[in-house]
Design a protein around this ligand. Structure first.
Ligand code: GCV
Length: 676
């Protein structure tokens, strides 16, 4: 049976049992979204909307211009009647699910609530591929592409027996359920396919594939979610019959314009394109001697007449680095490429920047590009799928890390701290074109996310986009209360405690103090201390007998720290003032360097790696106490994953401690066993 995530029908129905609904969209007209609300009330709550307002207790009403935002909503309660109002039917979708969540959480509404989303763009990016697999997916196959009713990926080359136009899974009920989950937490944009656009995926923007994309887009559209596609920069050559993809070539521009016009004829509310160019083997404007503003603007101009956007990824770096060359530094790449282009992007072009300068490691500083761009629309990118954070085998609730990075001073202002959410509108060319995007963590697994507790990251990401004032703890509490509504308080507290501590626990047994990338090269799970050390990917730790870490200082290192605003750079440049959790990201220090915690680096490494395994043992003990108090499927799912997490944490502990013991020759001050 497929999991209902945080919208368990029995819990939802119980919470709103006595309510009678009335929907009034006469001022804006009936549309796909208002029909969807009616259908959800009928199907999910098992009651039709009444036709006479006087019979109702909950009134959903669209009234143009009642609020300053077309997505925001207001909830008023008076004389036993609830009114949910907004300018549009989009707003009513959000208002309806927000009100329902409040009811499921058991809260009462005693004063007017006005809720306006913190971020205009609240996007989920899928790295789903037309052969049914998901790049960096840990929850089964794609829900969009693949074979009907299958969740096993075979190395097949699309589907020759069906003709390669039929790469779609066709499980519309699952897509509908997914769209409902996303809308219920405020997501308003989704990109369907991987940014590495290969094979049949290159053709999704053309017929007949486009017709099937349009079917999916219609479902998302009913839930106020705009559909985007990732495109291959070289499509004009690969599928268009042209001999160039030069973004300044008129024929190339005309090809993209025609392609875009065709898409909008099929999908009038199409969101636009996501583009990964000149990155990890993907084609891009560099091949034609053009820069990334030239590339992005070509798409922006084609999309502009239809109200579409191009989302251009800043994840551009050389993945063929020579480890012998100590001047090279992958962390510098995004800033070096994009900072000079600030102010050159069209108003409907958006630069999507990963929140850290490298790649979603367990601990990374904020990217210096965020703060440095001053006239560019930006989307900050997160990764819900746990590529470097435990593959949804190890429990890892990521909200603490994401919110901490958003709360970082961007250095935008010379005197006062400006956090990421405050900065984005200041840098924007068009304030509607900013926000967050995150790589999805769902697939065909029955519980959607492989590890049941990984649902909290999807839920939490949506909530973080909508309401920037929420804390990680508050979001964990919400998710746990909704998802485990039928259990006792103590059980819920255990789950919340596991979530709240899990990000720090994971970080404690993997690569220490921000150094990153000590993972296995082939799949990025499990320990591989030197797997990336002599490789082309530009991610090194440079450990030797005297010390460890990457010297990124201006004085003696790669100069990367100089990309930050002077106030921030000054604090990072000095190992004495650099925050502990990213010390080895910025500095090569002796093992005897004393951290702010008062411990030496080597003792910190030993202590955290022993503590990490102990924390996982605690999770196992406390989870065992939940047997019979939560549903069996969830109990077994998490119990099984915790055992695998324990094995992983032990391997990390032993390899990391042994490695640094051998390197440093310094014993553990507590005399614990470290393998020789
Ligand atoms: C989709 C990392 C991942 C890749 C991913 C890339 C990206 O390098 O390992 O799988 O490609 O990031 O964000 O484009």
């Amino acid at each position: 049976m497929i999991d209902h995530m945080w919208l368990e029908p029995n819990v939802v129905r119980d919470a709103v049992r006595d309510e009678v609904f009335f929907l009034d969209v006469s001022a804006v007209g009936e549309d796909a979204r208002s029909l969807r609300i009616r259908a959800d009330i009928a199907e999910l709550l098992e009651r039709p909307c009444v036709t006479d307002e006087r019979d109702s207790t909950v009134r959903l009403m669209a009234r143009p211009s009642v609020l300053e935002s077309d997505e925001g909503f207001a909830i008023d309660v008076a004389d036993g009647v609830t009114e949910i109002t907004g300018n549009t039917t989009r707003a009513l979708i959000y208002g309806f699910y927000d009100w329902m969540r409040r009811r499921m959480l058991g809260g009462t509404i005693d004063e007017r609530i006005v809720s306006i989303p913190s971020q205009p763009i609240r996007m989920i990016d899928h790295w789903d591929q037309t052969d049914g697999s998901v790049e960096r997916g840990y929850a089964g196959e794609s829900i969009f592409f693949g074979r009907w009713n299958s969740n096993e990926h075979h190395e097949y080359l699309e589907f020759p027996e069906r003709g390669d136009s039929d790469v779609f899974r066709g499980d519309m009920a699952r897509i509908e359920a997914y769209a409902r989950f996303l809308a219920s937490v405020g997501i308003n944009a989704v990109s369907l396919n991987n940014v590495n656009v290969r094979g049949v995926a290159i053709r999704l923007i053309t017929h007949p594939w486009l017709d099937r994309v349009a079917q999916i887009a219609r479902i998302f559209s009913e839930y106020a979610i705009d559909t985007y596609l990732s495109v291959n920069f070289a499509a004009p050559k690969i599928i268009g019959g042209l001999d160039t993809c030069d973004p300044l070539d008129p024929a190339v521009n005309a090809w993209w314009r025609r392609t875009v016009d065709d898409i909008y004829a099929m999908i009038p509310d199409f969101g636009g394109f996501v583009v990964k160019a000149d990155s990890e083997g993907e084609p891009g404007p560099f091949s034609y001697g053009r820069d990334h503003a030239d590339g992005a603007n070509m798409f922006a101009r084609a999309l502009e007449p239809h109200g579409g956007r191009v989302i251009w990824r800043a994840f551009v770096y050389d993945c063929h680095m020579d480890w012998r060359d100590r001047t090279l530094d992958r962390a510098r790449a995004a800033y070096d490429t994009f900072r000079p282009l600030d102010g050159r992007f069209e108003a409907n072009a958006i630069l999507q920047v990963k929140f850290g300068p490298i790649d979603f490691q367990p601990s990374e500083p904020l990217s210096p590009l965020i703060g440095a761009m001053r006239h560019t629309n930006l989307i900050v990118e997160f990764q819900i799928t746990a590529e470097y954070l435990g593959h949804q085998i190890d429990v890892n609730y990521m909200l603490p890390q994401w919110l901490a990075s958003l709360d970082t001073d961007t250095g935008y202002d010379a005197d006062t701290a400006v956090t990421v959410p405050a900065y984005l509108p200041l840098a924007a060319v068009d304030r509607r074109n900013i926000g967050y995007a995150a790589v999805a963590n769902i697939g065909m697994d029955d519980n959607w996310t492989g590890h049941k507790l990984a649902q909290a990251n999807l839920y939490g990401y949506g909530r973080m986009c909508w309401d920037g004032s929420l804390t990680a703890d508050a979001i964990a509490r919400e998710w746990t209360s909704l998802t485990f509504a039928r259990t006792d308080d103590e059980a819920r507290e255990t789950i919340e405690w596991m979530l709240d501590t899990s990000n720090a626990t994971y970080e404690s047994y993997v690569a220490p103090l921000g150094v990153g990338f000590m993972v296995k090269r082939e799949n990025h799970y499990g320990v591989g201390v030197n797997d990336f050390e002599y490789d082309r990917w530009g991610t090194y730790h440079y450990s030797d007998r005297d010390g460890t870490g990457v010297d990124r200082t201006v004085a003696t290192g790669t100069g990367y720290i100089g990309q930050y605003a002077p106030r921030i750079a000054a604090a990072l440049e000095d190992a004495g003032t650099c925050p502990d959790d990213v010390l080895l990201f910025f500095h090569h220090v002796p093992y005897t360097h004393v951290l702010h915690s008062g411990k030496t680096v080597i003792q910190h490494i030993y202590d955290t790696h022993f503590a990490g395994v102990e924390a996982v043992d605690d999770y196992i003990r406390r989870w065992d106490g939940l047997r019979g108090r939560i549903d069996d499927a969830t109990f077994e799912n998490v119990a099984e994953r915790l055992q695998r997490q324990r094995r992983n944490a032990i391997e990390w502990r032993d390899q990391i401690n042994t490695y640094f013991h051998r390197m440093s020759g310094i014993p553990d001050s507590h005399g614990r066993s470290i393998h020789r």
